[in-house]
Ligand binder design. Sequence first.
Ligand code: ATP
Ligand code: MG
Length: 247
Amino acid sequence: MIILEGKGLEKRYRGHDAAIEALKGVDFRLDDGEILGIAGESGSGKSTLLKLIAGLEPPTAGTLSLHGKPLRFRRAKGEYRAMQMIFQNAAESFNPRRTILDSITRTVRSLRGRGEEVDAEALSAMVNLSPELMRRYPRQLSGGQCQRFAIARAMAVRPEILLCDEITSALDVSSQAQILRLILDICRERNTGAIFVSHDLAVLSCLCDRVMVMRGGAVVEQGDIGQVIQAPRQDYTRRLVESVLQI
Ligand SMILES: Nc1ncnc2c1ncn2[C@@H]1O[C@H](COP(=O)(O)OP(=O)(O)OP(=O)(O)O)[C@@H](O)[C@H]1O
Ligand SMILES: [Mg+2]
């Protein structure tokens, strides 16, 4: 069953002399509980697509729909709640003047209702951290710990879809693997869908059911992750795969 769908999505930014066409007619869909990967070189439009989906920016043209209902740029609270974004730099996504627990509580209350309580024990356990760390300020935590709490904050809202933009690229390889494993377990356990942006096909291959490859604002290839990696149809995808294999 399709939960989220985009049709003919275009995004134009004003440039110095000419307009920048960041997205040139992108179609995509996300099925119930599915993890979709988006790959592509720098500047191919991956983050732009995620921003349109998250409602951070309006599309220039095209439509998005959630459960078959059109998603306008100005969204209802339930629509915000349905999709939660996790960013590359988690530490910056928390207010430096609030403890992690305070930040998470505020997010949950604004999206789920004033009376909502946050279960610090359960949430920290979900991301394998001690609940005491939740009473700290972001600057008192490591990047990996902040990233885990960013995942906890997103999940505390009980979204249907997680939107992740290069969320492990600031971490070392072993923390990267742990965070990816964590996201995968949480999504499977709660039947939460995810759209996972990464320029690294290796990251996507251990996480995603399906992958979409972007270039110059368009989708050039998509399909089952195994098929795209083993038998890419486009030279561009083949080069992406080869560049990963070299590393
Ligand atoms: N706010 C903006 N104003 C003008 N141009 C923008 C803006 N945001 C993105 N762009 C341009 O749109 C294109 C796509 O950018 P986008 O950030 O989506 O790429 P990306 O695939 O996420 O790249 P990366 O892997 O480096 O994060 C780029 O050419 C970028 O310079
Ligand atoms: Mg990006």
